[in-house]
Write a new protein. Structure first.
Length: 404
């Protein structure tokens, strides 16, 4: 059985718990398989921390040409067009230019100014849930925090926000379709991207005539080396920021809370020592990463840690597997909120494509989980958690909890 066939047969188990499969991948170190229906010859999977980190930091492994073959899995509609313009999937110099324009809004200093706003939002959300003995922590809390924050950053009116949950989920599943090849996901992902693109194009038009104190107005006015975003780049960047600006943080808050509830000793330690929260967030990122994998194209023949790759090959790097590598993290399947090297995880990738929103995701999770533990000392699971059907973005569909 090929590695690709093994993956497909393992999908139901991978949704709920991919880590035993990752252990087998690490033992093989590098797995190669061919995909005759794709324009590239070989795809490699890397799962050891040293290999994954080296590839992410090596300029010979990039994203130029990553769009090849995307039409067969994303179609030719709005999602594919947005994908082509996302700096997340570009190499220099376009990546450098677009990231410079966007990155100003996500520096640690700029993000820190949002602390009081995020804290007030978290308190308000928990106030709403106190009237009920149980609630869905994903839908009623984890999802609301980053969605409302990114909506505020982009200057999206409150009256417009109710329609975006469905669009975001469909885009996430559409991107996961790069692995699943489901035509229904192609259709739904493109419909969602079309809806978001139409919305942002109209909002951009309004902001051009009446700028506000928000990220979108800043992007319209911003220049880097005398260059501004085109209309299509603006629309695609807004779709990316809305989607990526909350999708992974929803998963981080949900996955992290579940991990704590399943490890009562560590939960008790964190309640007793709130100063552990910053390192606890890093360990939660390592323990159950909201992004499990990403890809690179081999731009030039390369040898990395005695592994050889040829130009044109593709490399699928398993971030979730690297974060559980015992060579880097002793006893990696144990949640340890005091782990001294927890921050060496690769959940935000590495190199020039390190997540531009990492500081915001950390702050949102720090406040959300810290406040939840402080205000809900008797919080417990109520029912069986339900995982999303995704192997790229790992998160919960439902996590019902009880106050006491």
């Amino acid at each position: 059985m090929t590695a690709s066939e093994s993956l497909e047969r393992s999908l139901p188990d991978l949704f709920d718990d991919p880590y035993p499969w990752y252990t087998r991948m690490r033992e093989q170190r590098r797995v190669a398989y061919t995909q005759p229906d794709r324009p590239y010859a070989r795809m490699y999977r890397l799962s050891q921390h040293a290999d994954v980190q080296a590839v992410l930091r090596d300029a010979r492994f990039g994203l130029d040409g990553i769009q090849q073959g995307r039409a067969s899995v994303l179609g030719t509609g709005a999602l594919a067009r947005a994908y082509d313009l996302w700096f997340l999937f570009m190499g220099p110099p376009n990546h450098t230019r677009l990231r410079a324009l966007v990155g100003k809004a996500f520096t640690p200093r700029t993000v820190e100014r949002l602390r009081h706003q995020i804290q007030a939002l978290v308190d308000e959300l928990l106030d709403r849930q106190h009237a009920a003995p149980t609630f869905d922590l994903v839908e009623d809390f984890a999802h609301q925090v980053p969605v409302l924050v990114i909506c505020d950053l982009l200057g999206m009116p409150e009256t417009d926000r109710g329609q975006f949950t469905h669009w975001s989920t469909a885009i996430a599943r559409g991107l996961d379709n790069l692995n699943l090849l489901d035509p229904v996901l192609v259709m739904q992902g493109n419909e969602a991207a079309d809806g978001l693109s139409t919305y942002f194009r109209e909002l951009i038009g309004r902001r051009r005539h009446r700028p506000g104190d928000d990220l979108l107005s800043g992007l319209i006015a911003a220049e880097a080396d005398g260059d501004r975003l085109t209309e299509d780049e603006l629309v695609a960047t807004c779709v990316l920021l809305f989607f990526a600006g909350h999708e992974t943080t929803v998963n981080l808050i949900g996955n992290g809370t579940l991990a704590l509830l399943r490890h009562p000793d560590e939960l008790a330690r964190l309640r007793a020592e709130p100063a552990l929260i910053p390192n606890a967030v890093e360990e939660l990122l390592r323990f159950d990463s909201p992004v499990q994998r990403t890809s690179r194209v081999v731009l030039a023949d390369a040898e990395v840690n005695r592994l050889r790759f040829e130009q044109g090959d593709r490399v699928n790097v398993l971030l979730g597997a690297a974060n559980r590598d015992p060579r880097q993290f002793p006893d990696p399947d144990r949640l340890d909120l005091t782990r001294p090297n927890a921050k060496q995880h690769l959940s935000f990738a590495a190199g020039i494509h390190y997540c531009v929103g990492a500081a915001l995701a950390r702050l949102e999770t720090h406040i959300a989980i810290g406040t939840l533990l402080r205000r809900a000392p008797g919080l417990r699971l109520n029912g069986t958690p339900r995982w999303r059907r995704s192997i790229m973005l790992r998160g919960l569909e439902r996590l019902e909890v009880a106050w006491a």
